[in-house]
Design a protein around this ligand. Structure first.
Ligand SMILES: Cc1cc2nc3c(=O)[nH]c(=O)nc-3n(C[C@H](O)[C@H](O)[C@H](O)COP(=O)(O)O)c2cc1C
Length: 449
């Protein structure tokens, strides 16, 4: 994988606060709970701003966001739009719930270059839902940061784009055309949207005129397992104004089962014009996978479950090695997440509870890691259910446990004891494996995206 070239595109708005130097990690066994502070996410000014945005949106005439309503200013803005240079940059996928700001911050520290907020529904943003706007928040360390929107038409997505244009500082806006879950597809959003080319055309043309930053789209190979259609949509998207495209090598029907189809991704890449980057996505778990993907013609890769199971994958790829990371080093990464999480959600009871829940969601992926040093006797791919194994020490064994009660114990090392009645059930079914059990997982509501 080429090293990042270090170039930065010019910012049009004031830079976010300077990146803080990360203090050195304390020993994982230090359990001292910090004194309660106000959660960063409860910033009153932010909430007030959202209220104003929602009010203004309600007052706006229907169609007020249409490009023709903007006059020539829209064209001037389009000319100024910066390019999105993704060559040699590793992209951390948008990940609902688990791709929260503290997790992304951890990944930035481990080598992620491009980050994206969790999928936000345009309709919820337009209603001024504070929790939805919170999905778009950026940490100062996220120096190439985009937000992802899901919607079904140019009207809502255009209005949401306009609010983002006026109130946020982002480097790109991505449209979700890959989310497979019924509740999203039934509204004409996510993977369903990709089946309606005329709608997509209206959306891409409207949004790319409204935004001064690049507009990107993330899609799957198609809707049905046996009928890939992305190769027909991709040239159209490039012509309508997309600045970059991400292709996840699975169909909507497949969700997360079977391997991603990299042959098809390469075919799509070879048919692309060179000025629109194609980001390949699916089952990237090592630097060798990245090498293969780049040989297939994609501009770069997006990492999703690979980053959840081993967030140090970014480092491995950049340093071209397999890191036989120790359990202590892994716990230190969790400790970093704890510190960022408490900073973000607050150190009061609610903040600690949120931090714990998000950590547990992450642990539902993280426990799948099989240490490199044990791989010889435990041949395993990350997409398969790992065999139960005894680690090289008690902590390594605990961290490999598929039992949610053990994940709770890990959070107790970092956040103190849980209340007596505490229970945890993972939210995401995308942590299912590509084995026969995956059929059952497909029947259950799966993760978004
Ligand atoms: C827990 C989870 C949450 C996801 N959330 C989103 C999302 O919000 N938006 C999106 O476009 N894709 C989402 N995805 C899909 C991923 O971005 C990615 O396309 C997919 O997992 C395939 O990559 P992988 O094989 O590297 O995991 C999600 C996937 C997972 C596992």
């Amino acid at each position: 994988m080429p090293q990042p070239d270090g170039t930065r595109k010019p910012k049009q708005e004031p830079k976010p606060k300077a990146i803080k130097t990360e203090p050195k990690l304390e020993s994982w066994s230090s359990k001292a709970a910090p004194a309660p502070t106000k959660p960063a996410g409860s910033d009153e000014a932010f909430i007030g701003q959202i209220g104003e945005m929602a009010e203004r949106n309600e007052a706006a005439e229907p169609g007020a966001c249409a490009p023709e309503a903007l006059g020539s200013g829209a064209l001037v803005r389009e000319k100024r739009r910066p390019a999105l240079d993704l060559r040699g940059k590793l992209y951390l996928a948008p990940l609902t719930t688990v791709g929260n700001l503290p997790f992304r911050r951890v990944c930035k520290g481990l080598g992620a270059d491009v980050t994206c907020g969790e999928m936000a529904m345009a309709t919820n943003l337009l209603q001024g839902q504070v929790s939805e706007w919170a999905l778009l928040r950026r940490h100062p360390s996220e120096d190439i940061f985009g937000v992802q929107l899901a919607g079904s038409g140019a009207e809502n997505l255009g209005k949401a784009a306009q609010l983002i244009e006026e109130h946020m500082h982002v480097d790109f806006v991505d449209i979700n055309m890959g989310c497979p879950i019924d509740v999203v597809c039934n509204k004409g959003c996510g993977a369903q949207l990709a089946t309606r080319h005329t709608k997509v055309q209206g959306i891409v043309r409207t949004m790319s005129e409204l935004l001064s930053c690049p507009l990107t789209l993330k899609m799957r190979t198609g809707y049905d397992m046996n009928t890939p259609t992305a190769h027909r949509l991709i040239p159209k998207l490039c012509g309508w104004g997309a600045a970059a495209l991400t292709l996840h090598g699975r169909s909507r029907q497949q969700r997360y089962s079977k391997s991603a189809d990299w042959t098809y991704i390469s075919q799509c890449a070879s048919g692309m014009s060179h000025d629109v980057p194609l980001i390949g996505n699916g089952d990237v778990f090592s630097y060798e996978d990245v090498d293969q993907a780049l040989q297939g013609g994609v501009t770069t890769v997006m990492l999703a479950r690979g980053a959840l199971v081993k967030p140090w994958l970014f480092t491995e790829i950049k340093e071209r090695r397999h890191w036989d990371i120790s359990a202590n080093e892994r716990l230190e990464i969790l400790q970093r997440f704890t510190r960022y999480g408490l900073e973000h959600w607050g150190t009061d009871e609610l903040g600690v509870a949120r931090c714990r829940n998000f950590m547990l969601e992450w642990l539902s992926f993280l426990h799948r890691y099989v240490p490199v040093g044990l791989l010889e006797r435990l041949p395993a791919r990350l997409q398969d259910r790992p065999p139960r194994f005894v680690g090289r020490n008690d902590l390594e064994t605990l961290m490999a446990s598929p039992n949610a009660d053990d994940w709770v114990k890990i959070t107790e090392l970092l956040l103190g004891p849980v209340p007596a009645s505490f229970e945890f059930t993972p939210k995401h079914k995308a942590n299912a494996y590509s084995d026969p059990n995956a059929a059952a997982a497909q029947a259950a509501p799966a993760a978004q995206g």
